[in-house]
Write a protein that binds this ligand. Structure first.
Ligand SMILES: [Zn+2]
Length: 317
């Protein structure tokens, strides 16, 4: 049994995994954000409460690891920030630890038991509060540190677009760069785009999407521009990776018509001619982080690998 954790800024969820399709969620506790001893105690308590002694620990975390030093960058959990997390957790818990970024775990879950099953190259796309993703090639993460698939950042958002044409500013992003897709196409970005296009307009992202589905003109304009912003970068990503499928997760993907509209905008822009959907709704709707962590832990257990994360002593990237 692999003991899996999905560690986010507000909660630590756990599960007992026996196979990729047999992941049994076990509970959730608030994340001790500022106290590392309390944080590791949550993990130790879960080990003690497990029905059988776990072979290893597999963790999905909302952060990235420096590929050179192993230092974690976890904005929402200050007590983990800067720690050489992989090595420290293995030492604290006395078990092999597998550690991966949450978007990468999502991609791994989709590639193994979700919409990406049977595809050699899977690009997991997250359209949620933020824009992100992960890349899985032949069942393996392309990069274990969490820095691949991060297509939401970089100053690439189109500035002149739409019918009729408009010019958008380069909206500032939380990463410090202006013009990222994350700033204008995530759920909050979509709302900001809507207010920018229609001064005085209200409505959160579900309302804008519902308005688009109902044919309401302002929402339709916003969604048309949102799709245009996303379609060109996604086409470029597909040309780069040759992804056979792009499962789409995150809150904005709950509207399957929106995923279908985006797919129809992307496919004419790629080199490959493909007569089936490329962007499809993700299938692991419940706990993709836990499932992805389970996939990672089970694979490494089968290969009898020492814990896989990033630390200076066992760097593979
Ligand atoms: Zn950014």
């Amino acid at each position: 049994m692999i003991l899996c954790f999905d560690i986010g800024g507000s909660a630590i969820k756990s599960a007992h995994a026996y196979a990729p399709d047999d992941v049994r969620p076990h509970g959730r506790v608030p994340t001790p954000g500022t106290d590392f001893d309390a944080f590791t105690q949550v993990l130790r308590d879960a080990i003690a409460a497990a029905p059988v002694p776990p072979q290893r620990i597999a963790i999905s975390i909302a952060g990235v690891l420096d590929p050179e030093t192993g230092a974690a960058r976890v904005a929402n959990i200050p007590c983990l920030n800067g720690r050489k997390l992989h090595g420290e957790l293995q030492a604290e818990l006395g078990l092999p630890v597998d550690l991966a970024n949450d978007a990468d775990c999502f991609a791994l879950a989709e590639a193994t038991v979700g919409a990406g099953r049977g595809h050699e190259v899977v690009m997991g796309v997250i359209l949620g509060t933020g824009i992100g993703g992960g890349v899985v090639v032949r069942g393996q993460l392309l990069n274990r540190a969490g820095f691949s698939g991060e297509w939401g950042h970089g100053p690439v958002a189109q500035r002149v677009l739409g019918q009729p044409e408009i010019t958008l500013p380069a909206f500032p992003c939380g990463c410090g760069i202006a013009g990222c897709l994350d700033a204008v196409c995530g759920a909050r970005g979509l709302e900001m785009l809507h207010r920018h296009l229609h001064p005085g307009a209200a409505g959160d992202s579900p309302a804008i999407i519902a308005g688009w589905q109902a044919g309401e003109a302002q929402s339709a304009r916003t969604i048309a521009i949102w799709i245009e912003l996303l379609a060109a970068p996604l086409a470029m990503i597909q040309n780069l990776l040759g992804a056979g499928i792009m499962p789409v997760g995150g809150g904005l993907s709950k509207t399957t018509a929106l995923v279908a509209a985006l797919d129809q905008a992307v496919r004419p822009l790629i080199l490959r001619r493909i007569d089936r959907p490329l962007l499809v709704p993700a299938e692991c709707r419940i706990e993709p982080g836990l499932i992805g962590a389970a996939v990672l832990g089970l694979a490494n257990a089968a290969a009898k690998k020492p814990g896989a994360g990033i630390d200076p002593a066992s760097r593979e990237n």
